[in-house]
Write a protein that binds this ligand. Structure first.
Ligand code: AMP
Ligand code: ZN
Length: 472
């Protein structure tokens, strides 16, 4: 199996630290709002990586955190006049719901930064003892130049960084810059400001920096050395570069052997982000499309490339998924009616073809998780099912073809048999038909439509301004 390693900038054969086991850490979201579909991309991509490892027989220890202490969470809490933990707990719950709807399986552990503060204090103490960190007025900084490999992941040159930093801090007068030994040093611990959540520490009442959180959570749940560390490509610098510096300086071992990064989900060729305001939440999209369509859309492109979000591409994904669903349902129907029999020669050939397509799927996934080509193999299987399986096929043949499709869809986390939620468009269509029926005084038909909608959880209300509807 080959994985593109950001550390070496090439595809490498995957060799796990422990035979048949994979330890994997994926940086999770900062929880101050609903997750947007950009945040959903790493979740879907790395959940699929995990599923593929499991299909290949590996035991995967999969850790993904929630960043639940952060300036943005505090700002949101102040805005609403509630505590930070109320905000983070609320949005962790909402994120988990979205993840489940996207087919993202629960991690082995989902640590929360605020529950791991002791470990962070310990690692910071070690870094100070080893001369990699220092305290100034209650703030602890990492001494960046003390880590000789700094820049090895992002391929940044430390002197160029330094020059850039100097210009920036002159221009912006970044607070705290003057107390650092070096502008490149970054924060490990900072004192609280008025009204902020805080923890006791040897240096000040305060809270950890973002980077130290992941170094510590990864160490606690996976050990000093792990197989894979992953996240979106915006995390390469400074987040992952700083994690490497902290972990390797503290533990004296290589932190992660493979670094995987997904490309951006863009809108109009710009990265979707909360700060730019050009985002759709998973929840919003879920009102228009079943979220399986979003998962299928994400996996239709290679995880390292950018993907541009557009209504047309989502519609295309929706159609593709429907094609698979129809084929699977047809196989189910045929299976019910089929009888058991020995495979004919022609059927044996179909079984061989299915086997070849399944191998093509594996070959695509073995090549740095090329889900786009893997999906092509699934479509080949669908075509095979539609052309080579019919009323005369044996139960045995249908079992093989359907079984192969099921297994591969499960690796991709695509569930085509889930109950379809009604789309806004379908609802509006039915309401229009009902209005037309009433105009023609066909009240029986109008009531039928009302009942049909009700059975799908859609409640109609006849108002003076026309028909309004809501989901139960
Ligand atoms: P954040 O909540 O911003 O820390 O992001 C959580 C995860 O989502 C990180 O792995 C980010 O790299 C990733 N992410 C954020 N925005 C995008 C985007 N537009 N496309 C792909 N990944 C993203
Ligand atoms: Zn992280």
């Amino acid at each position: 199996m080959k994985i593109y390693n950001t550390l070496s900038r090439r595809k490498e054969e995957f060799v796990p630290l422990k035979e048949n086991e994979v330890s994997m850490y994926v940086c999770g979201p900062t929880v101050y709002n609903y997750i947007h579909i950009g945040n959903a991309r790493p979740m879907i991509v790395f959940d699929t990586v995990r599923r593929y490892f499991e299909y290949k027989g590996y035991k995967v220890n999969y850790v993904s955190n929630f960043t639940d202490v952060d300036d943005k969470i505090i700002a949101k809490a102040n805005e609403e006049g509630v505590s930070s933990s109320e905000i983070s707990e609320r949005f962790i719950k909402e994120a988990r719901k979205d993840m489940a709807d996207l087919g993202v399986r629960e991690a082995t552990v989902h640590p929360k930064a605020t529950e791991e503060i002791d470990g962070m204090i310990e690692m910071i103490k070690t870094l100070i003892e080893k001369g990699h960190a220092y305290e100034k007025n209650g703030t602890v900084y990492f001494r960046t130049r003390s880590f000789k490999d700094y820049g090895k992941l992002s391929k940044k040159n430390i002197d160029e960084l330094e020059a850039g930093h100097r210009d920036e801090s002159h221009a912006l007068k970044v607070s705290g810059e003057d107390e650092k030994e070096d502008p490149l040093d970054f924060v490990l611990w900072k004192p609280k400001k008025e009204g902020e959540p805080y923890w006791e520490s040897p240096w000040s009442k305060g809270r950890p920096g973002w980077h130290i959180e992941c170094s510590v959570m990864s160490k606690k749940y996976l050990g000093d050395e792990i197989d894979i560390h992953a996240g979106g490509e915006d995390l390469i610098f400074p987040h992952h570069e700083n994690e490497i510096a902290q972990s390797e300086a503290a533990n004296g071992k290589q932190f992660a052997r493979y670094w995987m990064h997904n490309g951006f989900l863009n809108i109009d060729n710009k990265k979707m982000s909360k700060s730019a305001g050009n985002f759709f939440t998973v929840r919003e999209i879920g009102e228009k499309y079943p979220l399986m369509v979003i998962r299928f859309f994400m996996l239709s492109g290679h995880y390292r490339g950018p993907i541009n979000f557009s209504e047309e591409l989502i519609k295309a994904a929706s159609n593709g998924l429907a094609r698979i669903r129809t084929a699977v349902e047809r196989l189910d129907d045929l299976y019910k009616k089929a009888v058991s029999a020995e495979l004919t020669d022609a059927e044996k050939e179909t079984v061989d073809e299915a086997e070849r397509m399944s191998k093509a799927f594996d070959a695509a996934m073995d090549d740095d998780f090329n889900t786009a080509d893997a999906i092509t193999a699934v479509f080949e299987l669908v075509k095979l099912a539609n052309t080579k399986v019919d009323e005369n096929s044996s139960k045995e043949l249908i079992e093989v073809v359907k079984g192969t499709i099921d297994v591969l869809l499960d690796v991709l986390g695509i569930d085509v048999e889930e109950e379809k939620e009604m789309l806004d468009e379908e609802i509006e269509n039915l309401i229009a038909q009902r209005t037309a029926a009433r105009k023609e005084r066909n009240f029986k038909r109008a009531d039928e439509i009302r009942d049909e909608l009700l059975s799908k959880g859609i409640i109609l209300e006849d108002t003076r301004d026309g028909v309004k509807w809501k989901r139960a």
